[in-house]
Design a protein around this ligand. Structure first.
Ligand code: GRF
Length: 204
């Protein structure tokens, strides 16, 4: 791959499978997100398949064990230093299961995006993650769910919303089938929103 025309540099934080990371990698390859490169992937989970995906794509990747740091801020400072050393323009949380704290939020103010598998502001916040979101949506008899891309701010899942896809909850849906259906839409909405947001950043 030639990086001659690279304008934007993405840094990714991921904790798990990394299917959203893969969707972004693919979107860059097929120019859905043009002029962009993922320069670094960082995970808090040594076993995250996201790290393997990065390796397969020759993207620099790091596992950072938070137990080796004295505080949450210390850990996030390390992430911040790595992101800065790679000249990252925009940080993408792709299934990242830790709450991002001040050093990162300050240095990368309005330059961290997250995807959440619900129609925020509903079913967001510190305790709403993973399958629990879909279990609660179904238990509450919601007719609709979906996914939301937003800017990350101090308040978990409460930053400005950039984009949302709404889908129907079927009567036969289980938390698992709902999660799977929503994930497919995440893979569309995230690359598209990243592309549009990068254009906006470029104009500022
Ligand atoms: C996605 O549903 C994402 O919205 C949520 O965690 C899941 C992670 O998926 N934050 P993946 O690791 O990108 O496959």
């Amino acid at each position: 791959m030639s990086y001659k025309n690279i304008t934007y540099r993405l840094g990714i934080l991921a904790s798990g499978n990394g299917s959203n990371l893969q969707a972004i990698i693919d979107a860059i390859k097929n120019s859905t997100i043009p002029d962009t490169q993922i320069v670094v992937v960082i995970s808090n989970n040594r076993k995250a398949y996201a790290l393997e995906r990065a390796k397969l794509e020759n993207i620099d990747h790091y596992y950072l064990n938070y137990k080796e740091y004295n505080s949450k801020q210390g850990y996030d400072q390390k992430i911040c230093n790595i992101m800065t050393s790679y000249n990252v323009d925009l940080i993408i949380l792709a299934g990242y299961l830790r709450i991002v704290s001040s050093p990162l939020l300050t240095v990368f103010n309005k330059r961290i995006l997250n995807i959440h598998p619900s129609l925020l502001p509903d079913y967001g916040g510190v305790n709403m993650y993973g399958i629990k979101i879909h279990e609660t949506v179904i238990a509450n008899g919601e007719k609709y769910s979906g996914c939301t891309v937003h800017i990350v701010t101090e308040e978990v899942d409460k930053g400005p919303i950039l984009n949302q896809i709404r889908i129907s909850v079927d009567r036969n849906d289980t938390p698992q089938t709902l999660a799977k259906r929503i994930l497919k839409y995440e893979h569309q909405i995230y690359p598209n929103t990243i592309r549009e947001y990068l254009k906006k950043l470029n104009k500022e």
